[in-house]
Write a protein that binds this ligand. Structure first.
Ligand SMILES: Cc1cc2nc3c(=O)[nH]c(=O)nc-3n(C[C@H](O)[C@H](O)[C@H](O)COP(=O)(O)OP(=O)(O)OC[C@H]3O[C@@H](n4cnc5c(N)ncnc54)[C@H](O)[C@@H]3O)c2cc1C
Length: 435
């Protein structure tokens, strides 16, 4: 029989696929990486707003895996081989120093996702990975019909067949499909007998009903308190960063809450779900009120709007004043003429309330096109996490966003890619040697 063309074929040139390909090649395997885009790493370059939050430096593996909910148990094994410490060391020893920001988020010192991609490309080059871009895989080649005897032996691209001893699928999930992750991998795995948990956007911006939200587009707040309310009851309260967009809210604080807000709306179909923003989480109502009184007393002749602009961005204070008018606390003509010395007590109290309980109404989640991560994919119990090999098809591996693992933002997604890619690369190289 003719020998297979390669020891390992990796489908997908994202972070998980590139790490898998480099690890397999470093262990002596002949490796072909197939990427349908003209170049690998398109999504990686967008990550972290172009800065790439490439891992989270949480040193305790159990505390780290707890961030992944039910899937955390499965990740203990891969994280014990390529945890955040090993990831930092991997990149540092290849000339990429890092810096750590709030909540343990690690970024390349250059602040450029490109630095991460450069290391991966150089690593693949050093170990002789053959990269073919513009190459769309259509199907997996699998022998055998009985699940336990099934074995992968290559891939098909149109009418071309390329054979291999092992295949690592790293084709991504369904989030942000313009980067190439269009769910192809889920279809192949399903054909092999895997059950795919229906993918849904998970780390995704939120659309709100209020049309005036567009006036606030681009305003960002580092740490504010966010509450989710239904029927006047607080369902969730977190602190985090937010960003106003032309349709609603984004930023890590909202992305991390998005699926819980959607769940709250689904379980309260007859009640509007509101998102309340507290722009002064350090102050209680009393201290903010005192602060306003001092501000007004210190500049009795200045216009109210100008005074508020010292505390919050002018576009937001304009909206807060408009909301005060809407609730009948004052009138438009009055508001323009009010100065520090003439702010009525009732209006001041209402301003304090709006600064600490600024509400918008949830309309829906943005589509997958906007999602950082989608939940869903291959269930963890169908993969052996000691090797990342499929439990149904011998020689077939799955890594990165193909797996059904929900996680927050903060470097946790790419940490999965490095760990699962590394483990799969090592295991596939070893299996190819024994076949
Ligand atoms: C805007 C944005 C910002 C993000 N920021 C961060 C961050 O800062 N930190 C973090 O941890 N995570 C972040 N993420 C998530 C992170 O980027 C993903 O979890 C990660 O890219 C998944 O890697 P992957 O290799 O599994 O898949 P992908 O990166 O999606 O790569 C899959 C590759 O497979 C290719 N492919 C698909 N189908 C085929 C086919 N049929 N044939 C050949 N090739 C195919 C695709 O073209 C693609 O290049 C962000 C995501 C987005 C969208």
């Amino acid at each position: 029989m003719k020998a297979p063309d390669y020891d390992v074929i990796v489908i997908g040139g994202g972070p998980a696929g590139m790490m898998a390909a480099a690890s397999a090649a470093e262990r002596g395997a002949s490796v072909l990486l197939l990427e349908k885009n003209p170049e690998p790493g398109r999504k990686l370059l967008l990550s972290g707003g172009g800065r790439c939050n490439f891992t989270n430096v949480e040193p305790d593996v159990h505390r780290l895996t707890a961030r992944y909910g039910a899937a955390g148990k499965s990740l203990i094994s891969p994280f014990s081989k390529m945890g955040p410490r090993e990831v930092l060391e991997f990149f540092a020893s290849r000339g990429m120093p890092h810096k750590v920001e709030d909540n343990g988020r690690a970024f390349p010192a250059t602040n450029k996702a490109e630095s991460v991609l450069k290391v991966l490309l150089a690593e693949m080059r050093t170990h002789g990975v053959k990269i073919r871009t513009g190459a769309t895989v259509d199907a997996l080649l699998v022998n055998g019909s009985i699940p336990a005897n099934r074995e992968v032996h290559g891939v098909r691209l149109g009418s071309t067949r390329i054979t291999a001893r092992t295949v690592i699928t790293a084709a991504g999930g369904l989030a942000y499909p313009e980067t190439g992750s269009t769910g192809d991998g889920f279809r192949w795995m399903q054909r092999c007998g895997h059950s795919i948990v229906h993918p849904e956007p998970s780390l995704v911006p939120v659309i709100v009903h209020e049309p005036w939200i567009a006036e606030l587009q681009g305003l960002a707040f580092p740490e504010i308190r966010i509450a989710v309310l239904a029927g006047g009851r607080v369902l969730e309260r977190v602190t985090g960063k937010i960003l106003f967009t032309h349709f609603g809210l984004s930023g890590p604080g909202i992305l991390n809450l998005a699926s819980r807000i959607a769940d709250a709306a689904a379980s309260n179909p007859d009640k509007p779900v509101r998102i309340s923003l507290d722009f002064f989480p350090e102050d209680d109502g009393g201290s903010l009120d005192r602060h306003l009184q001092q501000l007004f007393a210190a500049a009795p002749k200045r216009k109210l709007k100008n005074l508020l602009d010292e505390l919050l961005p002018p576009r937001l204070t304009a909206r807060i004043l408009a909301a005060a008018v809407d609730t009948g606390t004052t009138s438009i003509t009055d508001i323009a003429s009010i100065t520090g010395s003439s702010v009525p007590r009732q209006l001041r109290k209402r301003l304090v309330q709006l600064m600490q309980d600024f509400r918008v109404t949830y309309k829906g989640l943005q589509s997958e096109d906007w999602a950082i991560v989608s939940r869903g994919g291959i269930p963890c119990n169908e993969i052996d996490f000691r090797t990342m090999q499929s439990k149904l098809v011998s020689g077939l591996y799955a890594v990165g966003d193909m797996l059904d693992i929900n996680r927050p933002s903060g470097g946790y997604s790419l940490q999965i890619c490095w760990a699962t890619g590394f483990v799969a690369g090592c295991a596939a190289a070893a299996q190819a040697r024994s076949r």
